[in-house]
Design a protein around this ligand. Structure first.
Ligand code: GLN
Length: 476
């Protein structure tokens, strides 16, 4: 097996045993990037010089006989809405095309303390709005399993980089499914931690009450290692939680005996592909055979989750995106006066989907409509949260499909935003409730497209999700 195809923990062993060097490993990943990036298009910026220099520093450290951290010297990628000091961070938008952040996002800073090797910044739907990465202002990303298909989104570049051998692991962000859905489409592990587990400082804001940074990895062990690196309270983000962060590798026990896993009937309705449904029921059987108890459960307000999300997220986005006014930072298109300058800037530099969200958001927030739309959505949000609180009184985990179908074709949904929004049915409730969720690969369709299942946990109980996911993976 080529080095670029291995997991971080396997590569860590090879590095510490001096069987490979970080320089060799980095060169191997770049050789892979050179081979496939033209076809996949996972990256917006490639940081080859920095990577080469950083790998040398890791090798010097190993040569001095010093111990290295679990992710030290491991090639990784970071979604291009996570600020990296001195490295262009575009959000796949023309408005930030030349933005070079003067600071690191906390999650990236914490990760960097372990000296992984940054290969580059990955493509996304503009400002993380979308589910296919086709809304990038720069180029599309293709699914490494089938180049005619989308990788999912919005973290499509981060998922495709890991699936295509262009990085060993990556960071993404998940506001309504943007880690779990592309992980499912690309056949990798994608984890969205509890809201507040990872600092959002330096994550370019889309919908602040829903946004959360998380990981893409090739297996569950790597997932625990990345979570260990990025979780924790941060003074720079007052919504980050003070809850203690456990060592997530301690949760990697291949045993689900006695765990109660709920199957919510509302996630198996019309519109879910038959192949997906069969795959999830097989996963449930697998858990049962390993000693877990599978129970039916109801999350009655699920049917309102999409409408609730597509009011709250655009409302917050409309507010967050006010800052791109051609003045503070980002692009400027001149005009006769300041109003014309701002209008020209935003008209020319935002893409169609971003404008659509800003319009929906401002409409929902406007006087006269606020009560009917935004306030109503907040009330329904409480009901959706309560569904989960009630269900979890009697359960450890909830098992659902990650997506209603496998990866769709490029261009298949671009002209129909509503159909695209409906893709998020299984993932948005988790963000609305602020809970942790993972997507784990569970086989392929007849067309050889990856499928994934979602495990949802109680708030701050990432450990039980990891335990069950590890048990599943270990018993394949
Ligand atoms: N697909 C969803 C949207 O378009 C989710 C995006 C995300 O999680 N960033 O808003």
């Amino acid at each position: 097996m080529a080095l670029y195809d291995k997991t971080a923990h396997e590569l860590h062993e090879l590095l510490t045993a001096k069987k490979i060097s970080a320089t060799e490993l980095t060169a191997d990943v770049f050789a892979r990037v050179d081979e496939v990036e033209d076809k996949i298009g996972a990256y917006l910026t490639i940081t080859r010089d920095k990577a080469t220099a950083d790998a040398k520093l890791v090798d010097d450290k190993i040569a001095r006989g010093e111990e290295i951290a679990p992710l030290e010297g491991i090639p990784c990628a970071v979604k291009d809405n996570i600020c990296t000091k001195g490295i262009r961070t575009t959000c796949a938008s023309k408005i930030l095309e030349n933005f070079i952040p003067p600071y690191d996002a906390t999650a990236y800073k914490k990760l960097s303390a372990q000296n992984p090797i940054l290969i580059g910044k990955t493509n996304l739907d503009e400002f993380a709005m979308g589910g296919s990465t086709e809304n990038s202002a720069f180029h599309v990303t293709r699914n490494p399993h089938n180049l005619e298909r989308v990788p999912g989104g919005s973290s499509g570049g981060s998922a495709a980089a890991v699936a295509g051998g262009e990085a060993i692991f990556s960071l993404g962000s998940d506001t309504g499914g943007s880690i779990r859905q592309p992980a499912s489409f690309c056949g990798v592990v994608g984890f969205k931690p509890t809201y507040g587990r990872v600092s959002r400082y330096g994550l370019v804001a889309f919908a602040s009450s829903l946004d959360q940074i998380g990981s893409f990895t090739r297996d569950v062990t790597d997932c625990a290692l990345v979570l260990n690196a990025i979780c924790g309270q941060d003074d720079m983000d007052s919504t980050s939680t003070a809850a203690q962060v456990p060592d997530f590798t301690k949760a990697l026990v291949a045993d689900v005996k006695g765990l109660k896993i709920g199957l919510p009937k509302e996630y198996f309705v019309k519109g879910i592909d038959a192949e997906v449904e069969t795959a999830i029921h097989n996963v449930a059987k697998k858990f049962e055979s390993l000693g877990a108890e599978i129970v039916d459960v109801s999350l009655p307000h699920t049917e309102y989750a999409i409408s609730t999300y597509y009011l709250i997220a655009p409302a917050e986005a409309a507010t967050n995106l006010e800052r791109y006014d051609g003045v503070s930072y980002g692009a400027r298109v001149d005009g006769a006066d300041v109003v014309e300058m701002m209008t020209n800037t935003r008209t020319e530099k935002f893409g169609a989907e971003v404008k659509r969200r800003i319009m929906i958001g401002n409409y929902a927030l406007s006087a006269g409509y606020y009560d009917a739309y935004y306030l109503k959505a907040l009330k329904v949000r409480t009901l959706i949260q309560k569904d989960f609180t009630d269900a979890f009184k009697n359960l450890d985990l909830i098992l659902t499909p990650t997506t209603p179908n496998a990866a769709f074709k490029l261009g298949e949904m671009t002209s129909d935003p509503l159909t695209m929004y409906l893709q998020d049915i299984c993932t948005v409730p988790v963000n609305i409730a602020g809970l942790p969720g993972v997507s784990i690969p569970c086989g392929f369709t007849n067309d050889k497209l990856p499928l994934g299942f979602q495990l949802i946990g109680k708030a701050l109980d990432e450990a039980t999700i990891l335990r069950a996911a590890f048990a599943y993976e270990s018993n394949l």
